[in-house]
Design a protein around this ligand. Structure first.
Ligand code: HEC
Length: 216
């Protein structure tokens, strides 16, 4: 028997080897294993010892089975990388006025009715309804708790200027608009869309609503 054959036979005689390899495979799938001490842990609950290999000098490995456990930042999540000091957005920051009256004279900058309709379907229809009359599927759940979604076909909305509609969408409806613009809180279920949609998107929605309800 040659030397290498003897070595191979010795290796095969180690009955624990397949078991250890199997356990380590499970560790890699579910938990962590410290090769210096042999400490192994599955799911934070099951602790036991595996053979230690301190001579490798490697560190404790934390094995993640799902990527979302990794330390990473999601969009809108702090801390974020900020633009360098003194950067100026090339489009200019959005001006937020202090009251809905100040929005009245703004001139609509989009006539993209097609995008406006798509955006309305995604963001508004659930409350204001496909027909813009305030009968979206969520409206039924709001009858007892605060204001109900406005019927956008009434004169109040129809007689509002484009700028006013833009302001109402930006601040989340009429009732609490001024207080929201002055930093207060809204009791309305309608979100402040200036935080959710770009200026261009809100103007496109105004174009769609104006086309649908007529008026000013
Ligand atoms: C979660 C429900 C909800 C969603 C989503 C919602 N709204 Fe509203 N909206 C309301 C409620 C409730 C009111 C009435 C209360 C108020 O005006 O403050 C309202 C009021 C309004 C008004 C004021 C009408 C007027 O003349 O007084 C406008 C305009 C409006 N919504 C447009 C939109 C648009 C456009 C979207 C989508 C970008 C949208 N809303 C999404 C609930 C919602």
């Amino acid at each position: 028997m040659s030397l290498s054959q003897i070595k191979r036979a010795q290796l095969l005689n180690r009955r624990w080897l397949p078991l250890a390899v199997g356990l380590m495979a499970i560790m890699f799938a579910l938990g962590c294993y410290d090769s210096n001490t042999g400490d192994a842990n599955i799911g934070g609950a099951i602790n036991f010892k595996l053979p230690a290999f301190p001579e490798t000098g490697s560190n404790r490995v934390q094995v993640f089975t799902e990527m979302h456990y990794q330390p990473s930042y999601r969009t809108q999540e702090s801390p974020r990388l900020l633009p360098p000091d003194g950067s100026v957005p090339i489009t200019g920051a959005e001006v937020v006025y202090a009251s809905i009256d100040e929005y009245k004279n703004l001139v609509r900058t989009s006539s993209d009715v097609v995008s406006g309709q798509k955006l309305f379907t995604v963001n508004c229809q659930v409350c204001h309804g496909q027909n813009l009359d305030g009968t979206g599927p969520a409206a039924a759940y709001m009858v007892t708790n605060g204001p109900v979604p406005a019927n956008l076909r009434l004169d109040l909305t129809k007689n509002s200027t484009d700028g006013e509609l833009f302001g109402l969408i930006s601040c989340g409806g009429r009732y609490f608009c001024n207080s929201v613009l002055q930093g207060g809180e809204s009791q309305s279920p309608m979100p402040e869309f200036r935080r959710l949609l770009s200026e261009e998107e809100r103007w496109a929605i105004v174009a769609y609503i104006r086309g649908a309800i007529g008026g000013q």
